[in-house]
Design a protein around this ligand. Structure first.
Ligand code: NAD
Length: 381
């Protein structure tokens, strides 16, 4: 397989799809890797590092696009980039097929095969390819550091000659991959942590990290699907959660929110009235900002102040830790590429494979993913 790696098309992006460590392994396994000059610069990987790992470094983006079997990206390439790909090229990356289904049309028209990293199923066999978990891990960690940096208090309890300093109180909403990493990071910094999630199973994980799990009586309704994801709650069930959250928010110095429901806007868990009652100087970091945010006041992509409370709603937290975010993502992508490599070393997209099928969006000039086909239809109506 001939694999191309580009300098990302989004100006604010600092991650790279494959790092030299993965390039070396893929090369040893028989693949050819070509990299655009400067592709890894923001992620700590120089052209020399890529060349030492066995990649060919090319200055010409067009050549990289038009001569590869596989294009590995972080973010979806632009339409002019797509138009330079050969039909049947396979593009692998975060392609947002459900959020922006119409943006898949240029791939379709070009006859390009697309595999969306965010739709890789979370089955045991695909764990090494779980890029969503990789990025959520980085985001959960960094969210706490962002809050700690702005908080006018320290996190740990300190007993000093000048007396005792009380520990910070951190509230985490949504205890999935990002939330659990936020809890672990806040605990390591010495904060007292509590967390809320609608999935009862999250309670065990929260408690195992030394945090208190907040439980709400939702009357025994179904809160998670067969895949272990939260389902969208009724307004009444959401409101019960909000009441408890509002109560606990008064005491919190930091709130990290990460509650999401796949394919849906993020649930509002923190109302303006709850923020109104928070202590001045408190911080909210809303990791659900890319899907609208869990805090009613969040402005995705911005940091705002409301009655002395700072509300951050960052859109690409993983990119602010580019070295490790790229390293983890690169390992996820490399694992997928191995799955796409046939016995003869050439690309083979097997739509009977239970990892490839749900993640493949376009193939052979057709939308092969039912969910995306429905989303696209709804979009076009
Ligand atoms: P996610 O990003 O979709 O959601 C984050 C969290 O928000 C989830 O824990 C969810 O329960 C919670 N949430 C949703 N609505 C809420 C509401 N109204 N109030 C409070 N909390 C709400 O989820 P994720 O972090 O990607 O992972 C979700 C699940 O998948 C978890 O059970 C996780 O352990 C599991 N998972 C499994 C694998 C695997 O087996 N390979 C890998 C990763 C994650």
């Amino acid at each position: 397989m001939k694999i191309s790696i580009l300098r990302d098309s989004q100006p604010a992006e600092s991650r790279v799809a494959l790092v030299p460590e993965s390039v070396r392994s893929l090369k040893n396994e028989g693949d050819v890797v070509q990299v655009q000059s400067g592709a890894g610069a923001a992620a700590g990987a120089s052209d020399d590092d890529f060349a030492a790992a066995g990649a060919t470094v090319l200055p010409n983006r067009d050549e990289l696009l038009s001569t590869c079997d596989v294009l590995a990206v972080v973010n979806r390439p632009s339409t002019p980039d797509i138009e330079l790909l050969q039909p049947n090229t396979v593009v692998v990356g975060f392609l947002k097929p459900l959020d922006e289904p119409d943006e898949m049309v240029p791939f379709l028209e070009r006859g390009v095969t697309t595999i969306a990293m965010e739709l890789i199923p979370r089955i045991t066999r695909a764990q090494a390819m779980d890029a969503l978990s990789s990025m959520a891990t980085v985001a959960g960690y960094k969210a706490v550091l962002m809050a700690a940096d702005l908080l006018p208090r320290m996190f740990p309890m300190l007993i000093t000659a000048a007396g005792t300093v009380a520990p910070a109180k951190v509230l985490v909403l949504g205890a999935g991959v990002a939330g659990l990493q936020a809890i672990a990071t806040a605990r390591r910094l010495g904060a007292v942590v509590e967390a809320y999630d609608v999935r009862a199973t999250a309670g065990e994980h929260v408690r195992s990290l030394g945090a208190n799990f907040l439980q709400v009586d939702l009357g025994g309704i179904k809160t998670e699907d067969e895949g272990g994801y939260a389902v969208e709650l009724s307004e009444e069930a959401l409101e019960r959660g909000r009441q408890l959250i509002a109560e606990r928010a008064r005491a919190a110095d930091v709130i990290v929110t990460s509650a999401q429901v796949p394919g849906r806007p993020a649930p509002i868990l923190l109302r303006t009235s709850a923020v109104d009652r928070m202590k001045p100087g408190s911080i909210v970091v809303d990791l659900a900002a890319p899907t609208g945010g869990n805090c009613e006041l969040s402005k995705p992509g911005e940091t705002i102040a409301h009655r002395g409370v700072t509300i951050m709603a960052p859109l690409n937290v993983a990119a602010s830790v580019p070295v490790h975010a790229s390293q983890l993502y690169s390992r996820n992508v490399a694992a997928l590429l191995r799955l796409l490599r046939g016995a003869d070393g050439e690309v083979r997209v097997d739509l009977a494979d239970d990892v490839v099928a749900p993640a493949c969006i376009t193939h052979g000039g057709q939308i092969v993913n039912q969910r995306v086909a429905v989303a696209l239809e709804a979009f076009e109506i």
